[in-house]
Write a protein that binds this ligand. Structure first.
Ligand code: NAP
Length: 299
């Protein structure tokens, strides 16, 4: 049976370290770390995410500012708010919750955030730094950064000699995850919907990362014995046993069968999910340290 990675426990260890770092920065440099979270419209899931992020920022000892804008906000109004936050010295991190309502274009907004305040790591400058292996200069997008914490705690900093397979090539996850594994010296394959014989590709992986969005796609006979399996997928599937119309969350990995083959595995929920908010907090305190001219902590 595989060892289970408890994402909540690992995430708490990261946010505890963030709290300590934020307290030290305030005590030694008089700088209070500030995070601004912007949400547009009424999507309940987005409001739940934003609420959790603002709450965690307060728990970390940050100044936490939430801007809730109405659904009918224009592109210009949103851009103007980002400009104001870019210029605000008390704000070290800016997060614009995605997706935006359909009438708004998210890319120009994300690209207008100053790269050094782009704590979601989505600006092309930050994506480019990850792609070129400059991991100390930019901000790494939160979900791959969180998955890498699991990888490092399982295998150490140096993945020399290990084969890693990432299923998925999105800009949000698959591409930066592959770049981070490569930067740690793994031999990396990025698989996607056009990959031939995906099962055989996966069986070669010492570290298998699934970020597809297809419930329980990865089966036990895709997993090399003893491999580390990281499941990024979040899929809602019907759960009639819970009642009519009810859902449960499953990952992209068929957990029950794969945990019998893997060496280490992450559950869904409670695996990668909690790490995303923790790494957002980590990026914000890193941004505050850099702004104060101090060497930021590593997480
Ligand atoms: P995405 O942009 O939809 O990308 C999905 C990737 O999976 C694409 O590269 C696609 O290939 C590939 N794919 C689709 N069907 C496939 C198949 N049958 N075989 C092999 N590859 C296939 O999704 P994403 O944003 O990366 O997210 C992926 C999953 O992770 C989702 O379930 C999402 O909810 C979850 N996620 C979780 C978190 C979190 O925990 N906080 C954060 C981000 C994402 P092509 O490029 O060829 O189309």
């Amino acid at each position: 049976m595989a060892t289970l990675i408890d994402g909540k426990t690992v995430a708490k260890s990261v946010t505890d370290a963030v709290k300590t770092a934020a307290t030290t920065l305030e005590a030694e440099a008089g700088v209070k770390t500030g995070l601004a979270v912007v949400i547009v419209g009424d999507d309940p899931a987005s409001h739940a995410y934003v609420g959790a992020k603002s709450k965690m920022a307060k728990e970390c000892g940050f100044t936490s500012v939430q801007h809730t804008l109405p659904e009918e906000t224009t592109q210009e109004e949103l851009a103007a708010l980002v400009e104001t936050l870019n210029a605000d010295p008390s704000i070290h991190g800016i997060l614009v919750q995605l997706p935006l309502p359909k009438h708004l274009k998210s890319d120009p907004i994300i690209q207008s955030i100053l790269p050094e305040k782009d704590v979601d790591g989505l600006h092309v400058v930050n994506a480019g730094k990850v792609a070129t292996g400059d991991l100390d200069g930019g901000l790494v997008s939160c979900t791959p950064a969180g998955a890498m914490v699991f990888v490092r705690r399982t295998h150490g900093e140096d993945l020399s000699g290990l084969n890693a397979v990432v299923i998925g090539r999105s800009n949000l996850f698959g591409k930066p995850m592959s770049a981070l594994l490569l930067a740690a010296n793994a031999t990396v394959t990025t698989a996607h919907s056009r990959t031939k014989d995906l099962a055989a590709v996966c069986r070669n992986a010492d570290i298998l990362v699934a970020a597809v969005g297809r419930p329980e796609m990865v089966k036990a006979d895709w997993v090399k014995s003893g491999a580390t399996v990281i499941d990024v997928g979040i899929n809602r599937v019907p759960a009639p046993v819970k009642g009519e119309g009810k859902f449960r969350l499953v990952g992209d990995v068929a957990f029950a069968e794969c945990e019998k083959v893997a060496g280490v595995i992450t559950p869904v929920p409670g695996g990668v999910g909690p790490m995303t908010i923790a790494m957002l907090m980590a990026n914000t305190v890193i941004a505050a340290y850099r702004k104060a001219g101090r060497k930021p902590p590593k997480f």
